[in-house]
Design a protein around this ligand. Structure first.
Ligand SMILES: *Cc1c(COP(=O)(O)O)cnc(C)c1O
Length: 402
């Protein structure tokens, strides 16, 4: 039998499985310990009333012959694409409905879009959302990294040489919580225009930006409509991780509409759309009541983020994120590796986070905390984390951080 040999090049994905195994072992040994997870980036707040009501109404439609919906339009229902266009208008961004493609979540489209480029070269931030890397390894693409670090606040900037067909950017970033400023994004857009690259801009966390001076869409940057595709999702803003709905913007300005036509062709061939009921629910989440209710949930998470950010700041622990992002990315103490710190926290504080090295080489020595948990538990966990971290003796013998 012959298979795609690129799959053999994938790193074993032991990050979350490895974490789960360690937590299981710890819980067996300490059954009464209150283990709190600040690890997995899944939302915990239930769907809001506006979304639930609309889903019920849509389910009713499906029960009668004259309102039943079968296969929908491949790009998504007009009512949802219009709602998305209005969502962009509030940011001062003007888009055409036919530039919007509704899908079953951002992850699928982020993974499928490279197909339009054939074998190509791809630039990724390091640390990175692992799916960007893995889909391109599977496709046999050449993968390069733009390094993030303390010096650039984990906001990688364009390399001084080389050109790439695709550049993935995520802002606010998962895993680092860092958010590009307008000026920084402009540098990327200018670089893409100058080198003929297409930016894949992942805006899954746009709803978490409260600082009005920060861009929440790449199209707030001049020139982006000629070089950037934007991916967005209802998962984090509206709690749709289990509902599955997102959208992708492919502007007519990229290669005179070529990429838009290619994506339409691809989608009509390989995709039959997100479900009617889910699209109705998604549209409701962008309505007045839905937006209000979502904002309450985002505020709930951002209070968690703020508590973590403030506690780390007070303890002088270096970190990014937590202000306009539900992720906090902290430096491990005393030069510990990500996994050494993971083990220490689990053992001494019964707190679970995500080792930064799981997101790439440049993540070594860092640790990700998420704000998607319960408020009381988060407050308890961060206070234990800080206590344990501050109580480390200077004589700790972990190898120097590299
Ligand atoms: C959660 C997340 C998404 C959203 O994925 P969906 O498939 O829409 O659930 C996209 N990008 C990043 C970086 C994420 O963390």
């Amino acid at each position: 039998m012959k298979f795609n040999e690129n799959f053999a090049k994938l790193n074993e994905s032991y990050l979350f499985a490895g974490i789960a195994a360690k937590v299981r072992t710890f819980k067996q040994a300490h059954p009464r310990e209150d283990v709190v997870s600040l690890g997995i980036g899944d939302v915990t707040r239930p769907l809001t009333p506006a979304v639930i009501c609309e889903m019920q109404a849509a389910a009713h439609d499906m029960a009668a012959e004259d309102t039943f919906h079968g296969y929908g339009p491949e790009q998504g229902y007009a009512f949802l694409r219009e709602a998305i266009v209005r969502h962009y208008a509030t940011k001062g961004v003007t888009l055409h409905e036919d530039e919007i493609f509704v899908g079953d979540g951002a992850k699928s489209d982020l993974g499928n879009m490279p197909e339009l480029f054939g074998r190509c070269s791809v630039l990724l931030p390091d640390p990175v959302y692992p799916a960007y890397r893995d889909v391109n390894v599977m496709a046999g693409n050449r993968v390069y990294f733009a390094p993030g670090g303390k010096r650039n606040g984990f906001k990688p900037m364009p390399p001084s040489k080389g050109r790439f067909d695709i550049i993935y950017l995520c802002s606010p970033s998962n895993p680092t919580g860092a958010v590009y400023t307008r000026e920084e994004l402009k540098v990327w857009v200018d670089y893409a225009l100058a080198t003929g690259a297409v930016i894949f801009f992942d805006a899954a966390y746009e709803a978490f930006v409260s600082d009005r001076s920060l861009p929440t869409s790449v199209y707030e940057i001049e020139g982006a409509k000629e070089c950037a595709v934007e991916f967005c999702s209802f998962s984090k803003s509206a709690g749709f991780t289990g509902m599955r709905c997102g959208w992708t913007v492919v502007p007519f300005g990229i290669a005179s509409g070529t990429l838009n036509r290619m994506w339409l062709r691809r989608q009509t061939t390989k995709f039959n759309g997100a479900s009617y009921v889910v699209q109705r629910a998604a549209a409701a989440s962008l309505g007045k009541q839905g937006e209000y209710e979502n904002r309450k949930n985002v505020e709930y998470y951002m209070t968690n983020a703020r508590i973590m950010h403030d506690a780390l700041t007070a303890a002088h622990i270096w970190h990014t994120g937590g202000v306009n992002s539900p992720y906090v990315w902290m430096q491990c103490p005393k030069g510990m590796t990500s996994w050494e710190y993971f083990d220490l926290l689990l053992e001494k504080a019964a707190v679970v986070g995500t080792p930064g090295v799981g997101f790439g080489k440049r993540g070594e020595g860092y640790f990700r905390l998420t704000a998607f948990g319960n408020a009381e538990k988060t407050a308890r966990a961060i206070s234990r984390l800080v206590d344990v971290t501050l109580s480390l003796k200077d004589s700790h013998t972990a190898p120097e951080h590299r």
